[in-house]
Design a protein around this ligand. Structure first.
Ligand code: 9UX
Length: 68
C-alpha cells in the first residue's frame, strides 16, 4: 500500500534547507518519493512510512514538521 502524506514544515529558509529535508525524509524506511517545497514549506511523501518517523527525521535535520 502506498499513500501520500503531506507535511507542513517550518524553519526552512533556503534551498539548502530543502535539500537537507529531502535527504532526511528519503532516509526513512518505506519512503518512495519526496517532494519538498521551500515556499510555502511543504513536503509530499509517498510510500508507506510511519508518519511519526517522518516528523522525527525532519526534527533531526533541524526543522519542524506537522502532518498537514
Ligand atoms: Mo540555508 Mo538551512 O544556508 O538550515 S541550509 S538556512
Amino acid at each position: 500500500m502506498s499513500a501520500t502524506v503531506k507535511l507542513n514544515i517550518t524553519g526552512m529558509t533556503c534551498d539548502h534547507c530543502v535539500k537537507h529535508t529531502q535527504k532526511a525524509l528519503e532516509s526513512v524506511t518505506g519512503v518512495e518519493n519526496v517532494e519538498v517545497s521551500l515556499q510555502p514549506g511543504t513536503a509530499l511523501v509517498t510510500g508507506d512510512a510511519d508518519p511519526a518517523q517522518l516528523i522525527d527525521a525532519v526534527k533531526d535535520a533541524g526543522y519542524s514538521a506537522k502532518i498537514g
